[in-house]
Design a protein around this ligand. Sequence first.
Ligand SMILES: Nc1nc2c(c(=O)[nH]1)N[C@H]1C(S)=C(S)[C@@H](COP(=O)(O)O)O[C@H]1N2
Ligand SMILES: [Mo]
Length: 536
Amino acid sequence: MTGDTPLAERYPPGVGTVAIAVAAGVAALLGSFAAVGFAPGFVVAPVESTLSRVMPGAVVTFAITVLGDLGQQLNLATAGTIVVILYAQAVVVSVTLGRWLDERAVPLLGGPALVWAVTAALTGRPVLSLGAAVGAGVVLAVTDISASRGPATERAPSGGRRRVLTAVGAALGASALGYVVGRDGTAAVGGGSGGGDTGDGDRLRGDPAIYGNVEVPTFDASDQLAAAEERTFDLDGMEPLVSERFFNVSYSSVSPTPDAAEWSLSVTGEVDEELSYDYADLAEREFQHRFVSLRCVGESLNGQKMDNAVWSGVPIASLIEDAKPNSDCECVMVRAADDYYEEFPLEALETGFLALGMNGEPLPRSHGAPVRLLVPGHWGEISVKWITEIEFLEREADGYWEKKGWHGTGPVETVAKLHATTRTEDGRIAVGGHAYAGTRGIDRVEVSTDGGDTWADAELTERLPGATGAVEDPPETAEDAWRQWRYAYDPPSGSHDVVVRATDGTGTVQPSEERDAYPSGATGWVSETVDPGSVG
Ligand SMILES: Nc1nc2c(c(=O)[nH]1)N[C@H]1C(S)=C(S)[C@@H](COP(=O)(O)O)O[C@H]1N2
Ligand SMILES: [Mo]
């Protein structure tokens, strides 16, 4: 070994050491990613989810309503930066100590050891945390070797700079490798980010990381899927009646990966008897297959966070009955594996459904695998994903979003969206979209092409079929599903305003009053200026 270079020169003091430490920190972060993928053991995950939880309501609201998905990415980037700073500090500590003792082994081994300790403390996963230590170790080892090859004294000051560049180069190489390995690892567990995947990765009867240790039942939703396909309007730019890209909203961008074999749902609190169900308890039951549409209270009026799927599972009423609840407030707190919690009336819960399957497949990770709650007709936030506990309460309490000022536990507002504007073959303009009013149903959609002065009826898709499978009195049509509308007209020569409004099953017209999403959902009529010249 040519270890004669004094430590002070191996790690150029000041900015040089910081640069090497940051490079090691970045490599450590990607090392963690390589070992874990985009899953809860990834060091950024606990930091990001804590950030979301402690963030003031106003900031979160701004992020959701104004920044949308970008808000979540910013949060993730902030969490990543915090982690790199923590790692860099750990490396600086080890270098300082090494310099003081004049012992090169201290940063070389102590640096990665500290990085490992930080990671293990954050994630609680000691073995997977070795990935981060290896990332930091690569950069520190390369720096050490490059120092041993040429003492900085002979080439000063360029020796120091060269070492920093070598460290940065090593960090880039290790990080790129870590990224590729981690990304493939995430794909292998069928996950992907919370950023909108519909579980395309889990073709093989579900995500093996979740379903690998259980018998996954079959979900025969083929009749409903066929009916939806047949009834879907063929209009350019409009999503079909079963969403191809089902939106995703989770307060934390890293979805949990619960092992279905370990999963259980407990019924606790103000009950005569506490109960617990595991995955097999539910999987062996005869399923219902039913359409349920979801809409997020945080989306803008004409937003994209409203979708529809056919879900397979069991009604919740049959599961909570035996516990004989005696809650004074007639209310429940539902909790989940990501530490999410929402409180709402028992009356709403009793109409709910525990879904194990989505569109004929095991529930994808990002939509709450292995089991999620669906509460028909209510804003999406109480359809708790990764559900673990139903607690009957003595008195009312705030849920996760209500603590941040939202009022999103009630029934959805009625909306007709306008997502497609195209030219028909015979030169007319066709507009279309989806309309949804929760369990009230959609009876009518009207369109105005003159800014709201005159109205005409739009054509509506036939209602989707009602639940099948283990259903006592199968309803003719779906009780909580959207419909598509379309309308074709001869355009006037100039720009004109197209306005849409729906009427729900109780005969109530969608309110025209314009209101932002915060705090209880957007209202108003969707309106769009159409310039015939630019409609292709
Ligand atoms: N455990 C858990 N459940 C959750 C959430 C969450 O962050 N964690 N988000 C809720 C919100 S705000 C909505 S709109 C719906 C979205 O469901 P999706 O992601 O399957 O579309 O899930 C709800 N259930
Ligand atoms: Mo939501």
